[in-house]
Ligand binder design. Structure first.
Ligand code: FES
Ligand code: ZN
Ligand code: ZN
Length: 306
């Protein structure tokens, strides 16, 4: 099929709108949408130091590429990247470092082993039978590490590669767990003005479906790893993902409609909790809505702290 804009060979078919686009117009459409989201949600200020959480996968590498294009033109802004090595066998973190080097972005790596004193394979690999959900535990610890590291190194925003699919999956998981207040913590900009110990997180790919991010990375030849987390097979997120993919397959456009519903729910939940600033964890001092933060509870559960 031919591109609906220029007549060249089609590269990507937007099922939900019925348009075929050539490579050039697909890249243009993708970047225009991301930049519009950044402007509308005021995700970046000219004085920002943006730290990208760089796993080396298609999402974070695409986010880094676009953020680099933007911040290159703002002399007062700074961009750097942090790769967290959770200690999962077979993961290739070299591509992240090499890509940063090739585009001149400062890159750092922090290991769970150095930071927490253990790695995921060592602690969770043995505990799968206990019903310990590796990916959700890993996610909390990674967020905790990124936030602390970002604050210590003067970053004013943490950018993650979360795409549209990730966002609606998170919303569904919160609903399934009966945790509606957490819906208020979704959105393109999370934690702005919440607490001085919390570095706001931005999700610049939040309006982009996962398959489009994959094609964007492919179209530009961005180096990235395709390996999924080996623990993800049993996660609730995978079950929710399969359900949402099935819905999109039979009803194209469902994911976008769900994102709009998530936005509305998110606004309602935020309104409800307005003025309720989070406190700090009694053990580690990190911002949290509870007496003890989730990371400390997990570390205690894993018995890696006395
Ligand atoms: Fe870290 Fe699955 S264990 S993402
Ligand atoms: Zn075209
Ligand atoms: Zn804590």
């Amino acid at each position: 099929m031919k591109c609906g804009l220029c007549g060249r060979n089609g590269f990507f078919y937007l099922r939900y709108s019925g348009h075929h686009l050539c490579k050039k117009h697909f890249i243009q459409m993708f970047e225009k949408r991301v930049k519009k989201g950044i402007r509308q949600n005021r995700l970046i200020d000219s004085e920002d130091h943006v730290l990208v959480g760089l796993s080396g996968g298609k999402d974070s590498m695409s986010a880094l590429k676009i953020l680099n294009d933007i911040t290159c033109k703002i002399p007062s802004a700074r961009l750097s990247a942090l790769t967290v090595d959770e200690g999962i066998g077979g993961r290739n973190l070299e591509k992240a470092r090499q890509y940063c080097e090739s585009i001149g972005v400062e890159h750092h790596t922090v290991c769970f082993r150095d930071y927490y004193g253990f790695d995921i394979d060592g602690v969770l690999g043995k505990r799968k039978a206990d019903g310990v959900l590796a990916c959700s535990i890993c996610g909390v610890l990674k967020r905790n590490l990124m936030n602390e590291w970002a604050g210590r190194h003067g970053a004013t925003k943490v950018a993650t590669g979360h795409n549209l699919d990730d966002e609606i999956q998170s919303a569904f998981m919160n609903i399934m767990r009966g945790d509606l207040p957490r819906l208020g913590r979704l959105g393109a900009l999370v934690g702005s003005g919440a607490h001085e110990g919390f570095v706001p997180r931005i999700k610049i790919l939040r309006e982009c479906p996962e398959d489009e991010v994959r094609q964007y990375a492919r179209a530009l030849g961005l180096p990235h790893t395709n390996k999924c987390c080996p623990y993800a097979k049993t996660s609730l997120r995978t079950t929710v993902k399969e359900m949402l993919d099935g819905l999109e397959g039979s009803h194209p456009g469902s994911k976008y409609q769900m994102l709009r519903s998530v936005d509305s729910l998110c606004a309602i939940m935020r309104e409800r909790h307005v003025g309720q600033a989070p406190g700090v964890c009694g053990r580690c001092g990190a911002p949290t809505a509870n007496r003890v933060c989730k990371a400390c509870l997990i570390l205690e559960r894993l018995k890696v702290v006395p």
